[in-house]
Design a protein around this ligand. Structure first.
Ligand code: PLP
Length: 375
């Protein structure tokens, strides 16, 4: 077998559209496809306002600027995530406060947030791991009580919902990624979904601190430097690809769902016999099936099984070196053993290819390798 974990899956439509952009001589950001993407995200998923960004990391950086995070603030987030979740806030001088996750969904545990929230908490950043929604009702309630901003790290979670509402549209701000490894890709790219109160400032922050967007709408005669900001506008090359990918949002999720269910069926017996743990999708949640994973009973077992799969040509990988035990995390006073569920997940997770290029018979073969390993 020769199965990648996260291939980009670019098809004819993306190639045609990107070629049109190349022929148009208009490559810079803020053009036709930038607007088409925003409008499509808003109409397709019901977001109030969406702006395209250069990456998911940059969407998070914009969120930290919009929420006016500053030195001395605490920001509660899981440790079981990609460093971008933390660095966006660390760049503003905030302290990341790491909360443990729940063993069934690997999402942030609301009880842990309750323990850690205080008057210095400026924001809570739930990460919708694998495209599955966090316990948003609890999180929103706690944030309201403490006047904290809810910034959803929905980098993996476009086209997923919690109680019928799109992830990234539940908190104050939602951040998405179109990185090559996500469900919908642009190479690098992202988007931010914001409430009306943020839109004016978000346009400025995204455009190098200028009121350029007002100028393009002929609301001002000249544009000038009006606020802090950065260069967060993606080029038309990225947004044209993202546009074609977003159009396929539903069909891509359906194909992933089929593969996910096939794994569940093939590996169900191993779970019954307590050899492995399979992922759980709680009620009231619609996932985009971004990741399929199994949890083994030990790190050694996971490493051996991963090795065996990779030797057979299947890219099976683990992830997240927990942030609290990383070099940077330790600078904030964290140590091994602080977040046991996170550490256990990090040691025992193995992700399997679930994208639409994987065929049914290949999933059977992958499952067979895993079953053989336990036999
Ligand atoms: C991918 C990812 C990011 C970063 O997105 P980029 O587009 O790669 O910058 C942030 N948070 C999470 C949870 C991610 O999975």
């Amino acid at each position: 077998m020769d199965i990648e974990l996260n291939p980009a899956l670019i098809e004819e439509e993306e190639k045609e559209t990107v070629n049109k952009v190349l022929d148009s001589d208009n490559l810079k950001g803020g053009g036709k496809y930038d607007e088409k993407c925003s409008k499509l995200l808003e109409s397709e998923f019901g977001f109030s306002n969406c702006l395209m960004t250069t990456s998911g990391t940059h969407a998070l950086e914009m969120a930290a600027l919009l929420a006016e995070i500053e030195k001395g603030d605490e920001v509660i987030m899981p440790s079981y995530t990609f460093p971008s979740t933390a660095i966006a806030f660390v760049l503003r001088g905030a302290k990341p406060v790491f909360a443990d996750i729940k063993p069934d969904t690997l999402n942030i545990d609301p009880e842990e947030i309750q323990d850690k929230i205080n008057e210095d908490t400026a924001a809570i950043v739930p990460v919708h791991y694998a495209g599955l929604g966090c316990e948003m009702d609890d999180i929103i309630n706690m944030a309201k009580e403490h006047n904290a901003t809810v910034i959803e790290d929905a980098a993996q979670a476009l086209n997923s919902a919690y109680k019928g509402e799109q992830l990234g549209n539940i908190g104050d701000i939602g951040c998405f990624s179109f990185h090559e490894t996500k469900n919908f890709v642009a190479g690098e790219g992202g988007a931010i979904s914001i409430e009306d109160k943020y839109i004016e400032r978000a346009e400025i922050i995204r455009q190098k601190g200028t009121n350029y967007e007002k100028f393009t709408r002929e609301e001002v005669e000249k544009y000038t430097w009006v606020d802090i900001g950065s260069s967060y506008v993606p080029s038309e090359l990225q947004t044209s690809i993202a546009f074609e990918q977003i159009k396929k949002a539903d069909s891509m999720v359906e194909e992933r769902e089929k593969n996910y269910e096939k794994y569940m069926e093939e590996l169900g017996d191993l779970e019954e016999e307590d050899y492995i743990q399979l992922p759980t999708i709680p009620k009231n949640r619609d996932t985009n099936y971004h990741i399929f994973y199994i949890l083994t009973n030990s790190e050694e077992e996971r490493d051996q099984l991963g090795e065996k799969l990779r030797e057979s040509g299947v890219e099976a990988y683990s992830h997240y070196q927990p942030l609290h035990t990383s070099k940077m995390g330790k600078n904030y006073g964290y140590a091994d053993g602080d977040l046991p569920v996170t550490e256990q997940a990090s040691k025992t997770i193995l992700r399997l290819p679930v994208h639409r290029k994987v065929k049914e018979n290949e999933i059977e073969d992958i499952a067979e390798i895993i079953k053989e390993f336990y036999r």
